[in-house]
Design a protein around this ligand. Structure first.
Ligand code: SF4
Length: 449
């Protein structure tokens, strides 16, 4: 991306704390929280409004105001007080108690409760701070590092202390020279280092990072702990620092708003947006939608799902992208599903939006069922796609819709054009909205965001 397409907007404290904020009771892996407020209650920003039914994180008010609706799925607060900087602080407690009480979850999208993750003991092991931000277009993690590298560094040291790790590694794409330099300037502990990763998808996949940094390929059915390692997103680490040092619960989220917006393609970094804010309001904040569009995606182009302007952001929302209209495809489509990208259901939805019939579905041979979903046996390393493409052609497909990683998309492009099969990628309409190279043949020099 041209750097002049990158804008930043500081919403620290919230651009507007008035209006309705709808806070979902399930913003994490595990059981939903149980409301502890009633309609008509006045709440202060940072106050607990729903409690975990187990080790999951509690939910805190993202704005001060009046509770106007309580259901089994969500709580609505009508924000009334423009208290940009104040919030109800967490009760005092030790490191782990503060992390647990702050309601922190994996803010890179996973939603795994951080209090549970950092209650593990990996004595002598490694904490990897994941700043790879490998989804195209998203830029808020790197923007946050550039704004306050010390907050993330201190969060990493707190995490290392909590789990008794011997080493901390910050994984970030090699192209982010400024962020890398800033991080190196604040690191004053020999146990912590920066590890540059490739500008490819899915470089930030947890097991890809462990493989590339530690040389250990964790099997799909296992977790990072198998390698005595914990991988944690950089925004999550900043929330750890805020909880420990300021007693601040998770009440806001950093995200990227991008795509087909007035003023031309751009990616705005919105910092500290109150959780529960409407998608449509944030798009307006970023300039509003420019004319016809395909869909609104929440999160990145690979893993994201389509939403409406009335949906709301959660603790795990990473992006809001307004895409270009879908290119129609009249030929029957073959779907090639990846473990680290759009699901088959999502790909069928995209095919429908393209007006195409689905002739067949195949999975990358590295994609296997494990831990309740598809997992890649060796993330980002293509096992070869020729047999899958030929099987789809045999099933009647005359065009392809793929969701593959960078390396596998490259492989598909070695064969499909020879078979005169047009190729579409699930990320296309988002990438077109940003004037970015499509995920096809690997470029010698990857476009920089
Ligand atoms: S190897 Fe296959 S399953 Fe793994 S990331 Fe690439 S396309 Fe996805």
């Amino acid at each position: 991306m041209n750097t002049d397409l990158l804008w930043q907007m500081d919403m620290r404290g919230g651009a507007s704390l008035s209006g309705d904020y709808k806070l979902l009771l399930k913003q994490h892996i595990g059981k939903p929280d149980i409301p502890c407020v009633q309609e008509g209650d006045s709440v202060r920003r940072g106050a607990r409004i729903a409690l975990a039914d187990g080790p999951e994180p509690d939910l805190h008010a993202s704005v001060s105001g009046t509770v106007t609706q309580v259901t089994r799925e969500f709580i609505v607060i009508r924000g009334e007080k423009p208290d940009r900087d104040s919030y109800e602080q967490l009760p005092s407690g030790d490191l782990k108690e503060r992390i647990r009480a702050a309601g922190i979850v994996g803010m890179g999208g996973a939603g795994f409760p951080t209090g549970i993750k950092l209650s593990q003991d990996i004595t002598g092991g490694t904490v990897i701070a994941n700043a790879a931000e490998c989804e195209p277009i998203l830029n808020h993690n790197v923007a946050q590092i550039e704004a306050d590298p010390a907050e993330i560094y201190r969060g990493l040291v707190y995490a290392m202390e909590a789990v008794h790790a011997a080493r901390g590694v910050i994984a970030i794409k090699h192209k982010h020279h400024k962020a890398i330099s800033l991080l190196k300037n604040v690191i004053d502990d020999d146990r912590v280092s920066v590890f540059p990763v490739e500008d490819l998808y899915p470089a930030g996949e947890e097991r890809a990072l462990i493989r590339d940094i530690l040389g250990i390929l964790v099997p799909p059915e296992e977790r990072a702990i198998t390698a005595n390692t914990i991988v944690i997103n950089t925004e999550t680490l900043s929330r750890v620092t805020q909880a420990v040092e300021l007693g601040r619960p998770v009440i806001s989220k950093n995200l990227t708003v991008a795509g087909k917006l007035h003023g031309g393609p751009k990616a705005l970094t919105l910092m500290d947006v109150p959780i529960g804010a409407r998608v449509g309001d944030l798009i307006e904040e970023a300039g509003g939608i420019d004319g016809d569009y395909g869909e609104i995606i929440m999160d990145g182009p690979f893993m994201g799902h389509s939403v409406t302007p009335d949906d709301v952001i959660t603790k795990t929302t990473g992006g809001i992208i307004v895409t270009m209209p879908f290119l129609p495809e009249k030929l029957p489509l073959g779907l090639l599903v990846c473990a680290c990208s759009a699901s088959e259901t999502r790909m069928r939805e995209i095919a429908k939006k393209m007006g195409a019939d689905v002739a067949g579905v195949e999975r990358c041979k590295h994609a296997v069922w494990a831990r309740g979903g598809l997992k890649c046996q060796n993330p980002g390393v293509c096992p070869g796609q020729a047999d899958r493409v030929l099987r789809l052609r045999k099933a009647g497909a005359r065009a392809l819709l793929i969701g593959n990683c960078s390396d596998c998309s490259n492989t598909v492009m070695s064969l499909a054009p020879k078979l005169h099969m047009p190729v579409h990628h699930v990320t296309d309409s988002a990438m077109r909205a940003m004037d970015l190279h499509l995920i096809r043949k690997l470029q010698k020099k990857q476009p920089s965001i």
